[in-house]
Design a protein around this ligand. Structure first.
Ligand code: BEZ
Length: 250
C-alpha cells in the first residue's frame, strides 16, 4: 500500500466518512457488553461511538499514525493489516466502515474475519461499491495512462458488486442476511483538491515529485464539469456497498 495517512489532514478533509457511518452502525445494532472488532478503524471516531454505546471494542488499522490518533481517544487500538487478522473466535461482531475497499485481497480478509468471530457472530460493513467515485477514479487512471504509467495498476481500491462480494462471503462460510449497493452522492467539505490530497497518494506517488501538482490540477479540471456546481460546491460520486452476514452456528 502506497497510501499514508495524516490524522490532521484526514480530520480536515474526510471527517464526513465517520459522520456518514450511522446507517451501518444501525445495521450492526450493537448491544452493551458485546465484544466488537472495528476493522479499519482509522482515527477511531466511529470506534468511540461503539464504545460509548457500551461495547467492548478493539480497533484495528494498518496505519500507525491513525492508530496513535485512536489511542489518543482512549481506545484499545492496534496496528494490524486486515489481510492478516490473527484473532480466534473472540468477537461477537466485526464491524467495518469505509475500509474494506482498501484491502485488495478480500478472500483473505473474509477468512480472517470468519476466524475472529464466535459461531453466530456478525460481520456488518460498508465499503465503496461498484462505481464508487467513478468520475474521479477514471480521471486518476487516465491521467497516469497519458503519462505512460499503468493507472489501473496504481489504483489502491477494490469496489465490488453485491454479487461478487456476496459470493466471496458465501465462499468464506458466511450466511449473507443482506447486501446492497447504495448510490450516495456526497457533498465535500471544501474543494476536491483536499479530497485528492487525502486519498490519491497511491496515484501521485507513481510520478516524480515535481510532476504531482500538475497532475492533480489536471484531475481537478477533468472532474469539475461533473462534480462541481455553479456555486463552487463539490460532490463526490460515492456508491456504498452495505452488508450484514453471520458466521453460522454449525
Ligand atoms: C471512502 O472513504 O469511502 C473512500 C475513499 C477513497 C475512495 C473511495 C471511497
Amino acid at each position: 500500500m502506497t497510501q499514508t495517512w495524516d490524522p490532521d489532514r484526514y480530520a480536515k478533509n474526510a471527517r464526513f466518512v465517520a459522520e456518514l457511518g450511522q446507517p451501518v452502525v444501525e445495521l450492526l445494532a450493537p448491544q452493551p457488553g458485546e465484544r466488537i472488532l472495528d476493522l479499519g478503524c482509522g482515527d477511531g471516531v466511529l470506534t468511540r461511538r461503539l464504545a460509548e454505546l457500551g461495547c467492548d471494542v478493539v480497533g484495528a488499522d494498518a496505519s500507525p499514525a491513525l492508530i496513535e490518533a485512536a489511542r489518543g481517544l482512549g481506545l484499545d487500538a492496534r496496528v494490524i493489516d486486515g489481510h492478516a487478522l490473527a484473532f480466534d473466535g473472540e468477537f461477537d461482531a466485526v464491524f467495518s466502515n469505509a475500509a474494506l475497499h482498501w484491502m485488495k485481497d478480500p478472500a483473505r480478509v473474509i477468512a480472517g474475519v470468519y476466524r475472529a468471530l464466535r459461531p453466530g457472530g456478525r460481520f456488518v460493513a460498508e465499503l465503496g461499491g461498484a462505481g464508487c467515485v467513478e468520475t474521479i477514479h477514471r480521471a486518476l487512471i487516465a491521467g497516469l495512462d497519458r503519462r505512460g504509467i499503468d493507472g489501473a495498476a496504481a489504483s489502491p481500491w477494490y469496489f465490488p458488486t453485491p454479487e461478487a462480494y456476496g459470493a466471496l462471503l458465501a465462499a468464506g462460510g458466511f450466511a449473507v442476511a443482506s447486501i446492497a449497493l447504495i448510490p450516495r452522492p456526497t457533498p465535500l467539505p471544501g474543494d476536491i483538491a483536499g479530497w485528492l490530497e487525502t486519498f490519491s497518494e497511491s496515484f501521485t506517488r507513481a510520478l516524480p515529485v515535481a510532476d504531482r501538482a500538475a497532475y492533480l490540477d489536471e484531475i481537478r479540471a477533468a472532474v469539475k464539469p461533473r462534480l462541481c456546481d455553479a456555486d463552487g460546491r463539490w460532490t463526490a460520486d460515492y456508491v456504498r456497498l452495505r452488508f450484514a452476514a453471520t458466521r453460522p452456528v454449525l
